[in-house]
Design a binder for this molecule. Structure first.
Ligand code: NAD
Length: 297
């Protein structure tokens, strides 16, 4: 181990660059088509933590010239007292599917227990599914075709691109196998010719896998899961985790110990997080143009 400290891969400059190009794209869209496309967010029930996140997306929309619409569906309580909640959510999504000014739809997760996730994701028009949760978009990614990628996974890989980290031929390890982050990040890395290992909660000897990684993407939601002693010296570490510990927000990687071993690392907060919203807006632009042209996105 040396005194050298890993390079910090910051999200803010990347997000600013992406947002500036989105603003230009939206200005061109408005000039050509005469209206601004809208991003709709469906929020089911009230949830304080997601309110902060939603405000950030709506503000990012406003600054980019995109219409932001929050569709709030009040939950009357439990599934027993509010049996038609799921039907109201699907009806709201269908109305957004049919609205020509709405180019993209995201549904805030998690949903209340009485609303089936599968029913909701199947209802979203895949052409408006800018966070890549519909099975069609997941399938397109799996088969190597262009579809909408989940924004967080896309942001994690975009950090590697923007900081010129070579991917082809390298050993990549992804910790986490969720449909929204781990698996799509792994498929993207495979598509870019990395050799990829996916680790998860049942992985035996996580450290042995992590130690092989030249590129490590961590999305487990476990603060401090990855420490410096587990890393291959010089590894590029993308920490997607967002965990609230006391008053602080921390990632899944123990920054103090990792910084003296890794070659580069995304901090939390300030790494992948800010890029995720900016990436989502690029998906919105793509969706809007494709819908206006009557072409697949
Ligand atoms: P999830 O709970 O759906 O999945 C977590 C994954 O981690 C699972 O596949 C599980 O098998 C794996 N895992 C859990 N404990 C493990 C362990 N001890 N060892 C190895 N693997 C383990 O979570 P998610 O939705 O994929 O989110 C992951 C993290 O990313 C969370 O901290 C979440 O807050 C964060 N997140 C960040 C953004 C962003 O914009 N940066 C967006 C979404 C999620």
């Amino acid at each position: 181990m040396t005194d050298a400290q890993a390079r910090l891969l910051l999200g803010a400059p990347v997000a600013a660059e992406i947002r500036a190009s989105v603003r230009d794209d939206i200005a061109a869209f408005v000039a050509r088509r005469g209206y601004a496309p809208t991003l709709a967010i469906v929020l089911v029930g009230r949830d304080a933590p997601s309110a902060v996140y939603l405000r950030q997306i709506l503000k990012a929309c406003e600054m980019a010239g995109i219409g932001g619409r929050l569709v709030e569906i009040e939950s009357g309580g439990t599934s027993r007292t509010d049996p038609d909640l799921e039907a109201r959510v699907t009806a709201a999504i269908e109305a957004l599917n049919d609205d020509p000014f709405v180019a993209g739809i995201i549904v805030q997760m998690p949903l209340p227990p009485s609303v089936r996730l599968r029913t909701i994701i199947d209802t979203i028009d895949p052409a408006k599914d800018i966070d890549g949760i519909h099975p069609l978009n997941a399938g397109l990614l799996r088969l190597g075709y262009e579809g909408f990628l989940p924004a967080t996974a896309h942001a994690a890989i975009e950090m590697l691109h923007r900081y010129d980290v070579p991917i082809a031929g390298r050993e990549a390890v992804v910790v986490g196998r969720s449909n929204v982050v781990g698996m799509p990040a792994a498929f993207m890395l495979v598509r870019e010719h990395a050799t990829v290992t996916v680790c998860h909660s049942k992985t035996v000897d996580l450290a042995a896998h992590v130690r092989r990684a030249e590129i490590l993407v961590v999305a487990a939601g476990r603060p401090g899961l990855i420490t410096g002693s587990m890393l291959r010296p010089g590894a590029v570490v993308v920490d997607v985790g967002i965990n609230v510990v006391g008053d602080a927000i921390v990632g899944d990687v123990d920054m103090d110990s990792a910084r003296s071993v890794a070659g580069a690392i995304t901090p939390v907060p300030g790494g992948v997080g800010p890029v995720t919203n900016a990436i989502l807006l690029t998906h919105l632009v793509r969706a809007a143009v494709a819908q206006a042209d009557g072409a697949p996105a």
